[in-house]
Design a protein around this ligand. Structure first.
Ligand SMILES: Cc1ncc(COP(=O)(O)O)c(C=O)c1O
Length: 404
């Protein structure tokens, strides 16, 4: 049977990542591996009510096929929030409702990438995006991240050297997996480079509104002068991932083609869910909800960072996220984080993380890992970091003995 599968599918198996997630799903383990919101913060009752009201208010029409682009009323509400929160001029005509940010990434790849086309991605980056891009068989160019996000001088050198690059993929706000925030100077420069070298930018920004502290930075799209930036975001992290509701913002020419692709993929996002989200936004203060959520996540971030400070050996470095879901931890060069996870961290400490190699296209950085703090309660975070710290301490002593 397998021989009937398309070659691109056979070339891109993700069984390794699936195995890691299976292991970390074991309830015996404390898993920092997933990118899960805290489910106690879901506005479950309000969403239940929103579904009920949405159906009651518009049956039977709500059960009918609807437009490809998705509910005009919800698109207008999203446009209004984006104008208010980001200062961008957004029209509902430029918004396409998708099944989460993940579908938006896939549609963008479908729109732009022929087999062998080149794409610039952050290193490390969101592995779910790589899974989506892989199916279009691009050639990747990795642009390293520092504490201020993608290194724009390296992006410039790369664009100069590789004229076949068509797309820059960036997660500028509290990046998955490093938690870094791209500075406004770099955002502006990224758009200038896209104009100069004739490439598109995919700005993937699901964590943007989960900011713990610091000044607001405009989206990359804010600086867009030639409709080169496709902006995507989602209700997954600010309401619930089960809604599978995200949105893309694009210029007119791009939007026309995206509508064809969305239609080919699933005709439309589920109208009942879109109506329920719309109803939720009419009856509730989502800004207040996000504020409460952010307060809890800030506290969890603080618990994780102080536990790391207390329990991790001093040879280890880590990022300090000012929003979002993740801390990125770097070990001494000699330690392979995948091997350590499989041989010691899972069996001895019963803790899971996502090793670095799966988050680099080149798989070349093997001494780091991603930790999530939003999905666990503070006591468990402290306990897990303590257990992980014990394994790391022993491992570093071993390495030092070998070197010494
Ligand atoms: C950077 C990034 N983009 C996109 C997604 C996909 O999110 P969703 O499809 O749930 O909106 C995620 C999920 O973790 C993510 O971290």
């Amino acid at each position: 049977m397998k021989k009937l599968f398309a070659q691109r599918v056979l070339n891109n198996s993700n069984s390794y990542i699936n195995d890691i997630f299976k292991n970390s799903a074991n309830p015996q383990n404390i898993s920092f591996a997933g990118g899960f919101p805290d489910q106690d913060l879901f506005p479950s009752d309000q969403l239940e009510e929103a579904y009920r009201t949405a159906i009651a208010n518009s049956k039977p029409d709500i059960f009918q096929y609807q437009s490809v682009q998705g509910s005009p009323s919800l698109r207008q509400k999203i446009a209004n929030r984006m104008i208010k929160n980001s200062g961008m001029m957004v029209s509902s005509e430029n918004i396409l409702l998708t099944q989460g940010g993940q579908q938006a990434i896939d549609l963008t790849a479908k729109l732009l990438l022929n087999k062998g086309d080149s794409i610039a991605v952050e290193a490390p980056t969101y592995m779910g995006a790589l899974t989506a891009f892989d199916m279009y068989e691009p050639v990747y160019h990795e642009i390293p991240i520092d504490k201020d996000g993608m290194q724009i001088d390296i992006l410039e050198q790369t664009l100069k050297k590789h004229p076949k690059i068509k797309l820059i993929y960036t997660i500028p706000d509290f990046q998955n997996p490093t938690g870094t925030l791209l500075t406004s100077e770099r955002r502006k420069k990224m758009v200038e480079l896209a104009n100069k070298y004739d490439v598109m930018i995919l700005e993937d920004s699901p964590y943007r509104e989960l900011k713990f502290e610091g000044d607001s930075v405009p989206p990359v799209k804010y600086y867009d002068t030639e409709d080169r930036v496709i902006f995507i975001s989602s209700f997954s992290k600010i309401l619930s991932p089960a809604l599978r509701t995200g949105w893309m913002i694009a210029g007119k020419g791009v939007m026309e083609r995206l509508l064809d692709l969305k239609s080919a993929t699933d005709l439309q996002s589920p109208a009942i869910t879109l109506a329920a989200v719309d109803q939720y936004l009419s009856n509730n203060d989502i800004d207040q909800h996000i504020k409460e959520m952010t307060d809890v996540y800030r506290q969890k971030r603080n618990v994780m960072l102080s536990a790391i400070k207390r329990y991790f050996p001093k040879e280890i470095t880590y990022t300090i996220p000012h929003g979002g879901f993740f801390v990125w931890v770097t070990l001494p060069q000699e330690i392979n984080s995948t091997q350590l996870l499989i041989e010691k961290v899972l069996p001895d400490a019963h803790v899971a993380y996502v090793p670095s190699d799966s988050q680099y296209v080149s798989k070349k950085i093997t001494n780091a890992f991603r930790l999530n703090y939003t999905g666990l309660n503070p006591t468990i975070i402290e306990e897990g970091i303590k257990k992980l710290g014990e394994v790391l301490r022993k491992e570093i002593q071993l390495v030092q003995l070998k070197i010494g």
